[in-house]
Design a protein around this ligand. Structure first.
Ligand code: ADP
Ligand code: MG
Length: 326
């Protein structure tokens, strides 16, 4: 009996992609593993590489050009694409790039680890130093960072999801979260001009822990430039702060000790941005998007972040607001 016959859906796509790749590449593929969405690890007899699909050719071309320019600028903490001059691999409406593989260390990058938080921000700052020279060539191709737009959109989606969120989180909390979001947005919009006086850089736009890779040799890499845009480096730093604050127990004092990030803490615009509950809103929206049922397993951490950390977050709001001078 051929069990493959029973397979459908994703397995079918996977097998077809595997065959396509085998016929296009000159080396024999031993194994292919899906890492996430459109990202695959491919092992040939000689080497390993990453295969990543993009919905249009322009996106792939920008990634290839940008990672090359980044390397030329002297930033060697990221990967490069192979075969850039060959015809693009095109399969089922997506365009695929082949990326240098970074073999990871058994200790993954973790925002919960003090030294990782410091190394991460150091790397991000180095990235900004190098990308400032790329702004003239890339700004025209890339969107300008527009945090108010993104945050307004996120807040509205959250507000629409409220009937379902309120099954798990009491209304007093969600109302307060929305007040934080409104206050932050109104002030950020009013003040963000002061951040834009700084020389623009290319921003990474997605400084989640899984976009930092520690190699087997212990070197830290920054990957995944799908969301690059141009703007003040403060905008990436705001995101970084929002990612690490849960591990700092929402202590403003701890932010002050973090190099590269602390230099923004005198800016009212930056402080206003810190008040936006970006993570909570993002996670609820992500959980409820396109889903009719939510699994308790994925709910627990989001409830923890919303309800469990609420008092700490409230104190953080008060602390930051008291520093805003009007
Ligand atoms: N060059 C690489 N070397 C090793 N692992 C990689 C590489 N590129 C991606 N990965 C792994 O695949 C995951 C998803 O890749 P990424 O490019 O970040 O895709 P996405 O846009 O879906 O976040 C990463 O978090 C990382 O674990
Ligand atoms: Mg990623």
């Amino acid at each position: 009996m051929n069990i493959n016959i029973k397979r459908g859906g994703d397995d079918y796509f996977f097998n077809r992609l595997f065959s396509y790749l085998s016929s296009e590449l000159e080396v024999e593929i031993k194994e292919m593993t899906q890492l996430r969405g459109n990202v695959y690890l491919v092992e040939t007899v000689k080497t390993r590489f990453i295969l990543k699909g993009y919905s249009d050719l322009r996106k792939l071309k920008i990634q290839q050009a940008f990672t090359s320019s980044l390397r030329k600028s002297g930033f060697d903490h990221s990967y490069r694409f192979y075969n850039q001059n060959k015809d693009p691999l095109q399969f089922h409406g997506s365009y695929y790039g082949l990326i240098e593989y970074i073999d990871h260390h058994e200790k993954r990058f973790d925002y919960g680890v003090h030294s990782d938080r410091e190394k991460g921000v150091e790397l991000l700052n180095g990235f900004h130093d190098h990308t400032s020279v790329l702004v003239p060539s890339y700004a025209g191709m890339l969107p300008k960072t527009d945090l108010p737009r993104k945050w307004t959109h996120r807040k509205n989606e959250f507000a629409k999801n409220l009937p379902r969120i309120n099954y798990y989180v009491n209304k007093a909390i969600t109302e307060e979260l929305l007040e934080w979001a409104d206050f932050s947005l109104a002030n950020f919009v009013k003040l963000k001009g002061e951040l834009e006086n700084n020389a623009p850089t290319i921003l990474h736009g997605d400084v989640a822990h899984h976009n930092f890779l520690r190699s087997k040799e212990g070197k830290l890499y920054l990957i995944d430039f799908d969301l690059i845009s141009s703007g003040s480096p403060a905008f990436d730093m705001l995101q970084y702060a929002n990612r690490i604050l849960p591990f700092l127990d929402w202590q403003f004092e701890s932010l002050k000790k973090i190099n590269h990030l602390n230099k923004w803490l005198d800016s009212d615009a930056f402080l206003a941005g810190l008040l936006y509950p970006a993570d909570i809103l993002r996670e609820w929206n992500r959980l409820l998007r396109n889903r009719t049922q939510t699994h308790p397993y994925s709910l627990a951490p989001i409830i923890e972040m919303t309800v469990g950390q609420f008092q700490q977050r409230k104190q953080f709001q008060e602390e930051v607001k008291s520093r805003l001078d009007y």
